[in-house]
Ligand binder design. Sequence first.
Ligand code: IPM
Ligand code: MG
Length: 366
Amino acid sequence: MKIAILPGDGIGPEIVAEAMRVLGALDLKFETETALVGGAAYDAHGHPLPESTLKLARDADAILFGAVGDWKYDKLERPLRPEQAILGLRKQLGLFANFRPALCYPQLTHASSLKPELVAGLDILIIRELTGDIYFGQPRGRRTAVDGHFPGAEEAYDTMRYSRPEIERIAHVAFQAARKRSKKVTSVDKANVLETFQFWKDVVTEVHAQYPDVELQHMYVDNAAMQLVKAPKAFDVVFTGNMFGDILSDEAAMLTGSIGMLPSASLDKDNKGLYEPSHGSAPDIAGKGVANPLATILSVAMMLRYTLNQNAAADRIESAVQSVLSAGLRTADIWSAGTTQVGTRAMGDAVVAALAGTTKTITTKT
Ligand code: IPM
Ligand code: MG
């Protein structure tokens, strides 16, 4: 097993370092190789996703990714911005299925901005299509009244688009994931306004005919945004396109108390995957040693479960995280009165120590 390690920018290197220590504390054999990505790669090689990094990611069985981005790159032309690295990896490696679980840990119920009774026991799974939609639609650009170039542009445009096979393959992923949970899918669209999402709704309905045991509900995205804060526990699998999924997954993450807790998996058709925290590079706290490494550590657990078929090891990491939370340890983002505030490194230390105390297979989840 070979794991490509791409720490990236901002807090990326700090949180990935802790995740690697956790990985190293398991009794498993694998090779790792690290490469630059994002702004760090731009600074060193003039490109956010150098060929060598792409090749490493392509050849690996799984990829552990930190985060990319910093305001200092905002002025660069779009193809050179750090964000293009993660978008390029998703597209070039065909990582079309993005899993973003939003789980409210019992120890953190009070960290949510919603009333505890609304979020206690919350366990939803956002499935976001990741390689289509307005993120990748052509044409895109800016027009001026004069010569087709900015600055001084008068108009800008991006194209929203989905093909039938793109919708079909992610719909199968969503229905199959629902079969392992409570068999309920909410497909989120904007069919009342957008042709692309009327098509989405039609194709999802067609695919659903093959899954009569799964309940399908369609919901407009504005209503979904509202229902997520009104009654989040009414959802189980929330299934949507790239743009709406970007927005709703941040919203869902915050329901659980902190986006600093949530892992994600981006899978290709063979379950090869890129694993990253749901949060970004947080340049404002980079290098201070205060970032929460748990989302990245939990991303390692997802990697073990989805790509490397090591369920028992994944369970061990998740129980170790639970026990650290139960012991009252909190990074600044999830701290509350009566708990102990720790930094990035100490949180990693605590998970590694807790791992030593875990036994195999405590819970089994998919
Ligand atoms: C995410 C991020 C990315 C996205 C950015 C960094 C390109 O917000 O993974 O949700 O928009 O997909
Ligand atoms: Mg996002």
